[in-house]
Design a protein around this ligand. Structure first.
Ligand SMILES: [Zn+2]
Length: 439
């Protein structure tokens, strides 16, 4: 049986992909995510949601259903190490007051919509670095159980931050409008003892990773974007408390002093890293710290400020930080700092995550292949999931994307992928995806 799928000629010979079934994929060109040169006419064998064999000489057992992607370039499913899937998208109606008008249930349902858009954009894994009410934990679990479509998720639950700092979402509201002032349960933690309590509480309720706000931010009220907000003893406490419960730490840090302090304390990644200097770059290289540059967010807030959708101090900060981000990514790429793709989706629309690859080439000066590695195997390494995702290799999940255009000639091809498979199931561009399996 040959079934013609979609006008652009994707062929599936035999049945579509079904969880548990063996399926073969014929790739016109395979980019495996390691940075190795593309392989022509590769075959990928998939069984029980995992890749079992890959290469140009793979023998396909008789009767195995074949997905014919010989007119496409196939790559690993993309990974976004910095998203906020459960909140409103910046600038959409009501975004500023969602905190007092929406319950965690609203956030979880909003997250389900954002998760589907993200998956259909080819991002088969995300790290959600900050959410209210454990809505991200609920979303991750619903995706893993196959109740809603979405990417694999590592989640941080509530971001940890100082009272009145970037991660204190009650800034600017009158006291007690949110009930009691938030404490460690909601991520507000001043001093090492409160920080330890906050780490343990987030982990108890489902956090896979710990997110802290080491400096001020663009969208918070009452702080300057560059200022350091956690002290050295507090940063040491968060890293040690997280290590003892086997979690990594992602540190939001725009300003140079906060970046250096967080790197010295041993965080695993600097999120944004907007204002680097030579010493910060050297420290990141020395400690092996990842930079998650969120260039898409920098571009988005600059545009929203120019259009008057964000105003006042937020707009001033956005306009100041975006040019710094463009300088810093160049410095980091030139120096060979480890970089993992992260967008800060939620600042811009979910499903536009692939634009980050374009900006890594345009702003950062990466080659398209370097950008692809940053969005696949490097991000998998940061997440601690290299054995499962990020490359097309035996043993990895069959998380794959395919594009008709050549991403090595034009990286914008990855802004709109044609075909997506997660865990061996086609979720875009083929037979109706149905259930998506969890990790
Ligand atoms: Zn963020």
């Amino acid at each position: 049986m040959r079934q013609l799928l979609w006008a652009w000629g994707l062929l599936v010979v035999g049945a579509g992909s079904v969880a548990g079934q063996t399926v073969a994929i014929r790739a016109g060109r395979l980019i495996d995510g390691t940075g190795a040169a593309p392989v022509r006419n590769a075959v990928i064998l998939v069984a029980d949601g995992r890749i079992t064999a890959v290469g140009p000489d793979v023998r396909v057992p008789a009767g195995t259903p074949m997905i014919d992607l010989s007119a496409f370039t196939v790559l690993p499913g993309l990974i976004d190490a910095h998203v906020h899937m459960t909140g409103p998208v910046l600038g959409e109606p009501g975004w500023e007051n969602a905190l007092v008008r929406e319950a965690p249930a609203d956030a979880a349902l909003r997250g389900a919509d954002h998760a589907r858009r993200t998956l259909e954009a080819g991002f088969t894994t995300v790290r959600n670095v900050g959410a209210s009410g454990f809505a991200d934990v609920a979303l991750r679990d619903a995706i893993n159980a196959g109740r809603v479509p979405g990417p694999r998720m590592l989640v941080a639950a509530h971001s940890l931050g100082i009272t009145g700092g970037h991660c204190d979402l009650s800034n600017g509201f009158v006291p007690h409008v949110l009930g009691e002032d938030p404490g460690p349960e909601r991520g507000m933690a001043d001093g090492p003892d409160a920080i330890r309590a906050a780490v343990r509480y987030q982990v108890k309720h489902g956090a896979d990773v710990i997110k802290i706000c080491a400096t001020g931010g663009v969208l918070s009220e009452g702080d300057s974007v560059g200022v350091q907000q956690y002290m050295a003893d507090e940063l040491a406490a968060v890293v040690e408390a997280a290590r003892m419960v086997e979690r990594r730490v992602a540190a939001h840090a725009h300003g140079t002093a906060g970046i250096k302090a967080a790197v010295r304390a041993g965080v695993h990644s600097i999120e944004h890293g907007s204002i680097l200097d030579d010493e910060a770059v050297a420290l990141m290289k020395e400690h092996g710290t990842y930079l998650v540059p969120t260039l898409t967010a920098g571009e988005a807030v600059e545009r929203l400020a120019q259009r008057g959708i964000i105003t006042g101090e937020r707009a001033d900060k956005a306009l100041a930080v975006a040019p710094k981000m463009r300088e810093s990514i160049r410095m980091a790429v030139t120096a060979g700092v480890k970089i993992a793709l992260g967008t800060d989706a939620g600042v811009m629309a979910h499903g536009t995550n692939g634009h980050e690859l374009t900006l890594m080439v345009e702003w950062g000066g990466m080659t398209p292949m370097q950008a692809i590695v940053v969005g696949t195997s490097a991000a998998a390494d940061l997440l601690g999931w290299s054995g499962h995702i990020g490359t097309v290799a035996p043993g990895r999940y069959a998380d794959l994307v395919a594009v008709r255009r050549d991403p090595l000639a034009d990286i914008t091809a990855l802004e709109s992928v044609d075909w997506v498979m997660k865990g061996g199931e086609v979720v875009k561009g083929g037979p109706a995806g149905g259930r998506t399996g969890g990790p």
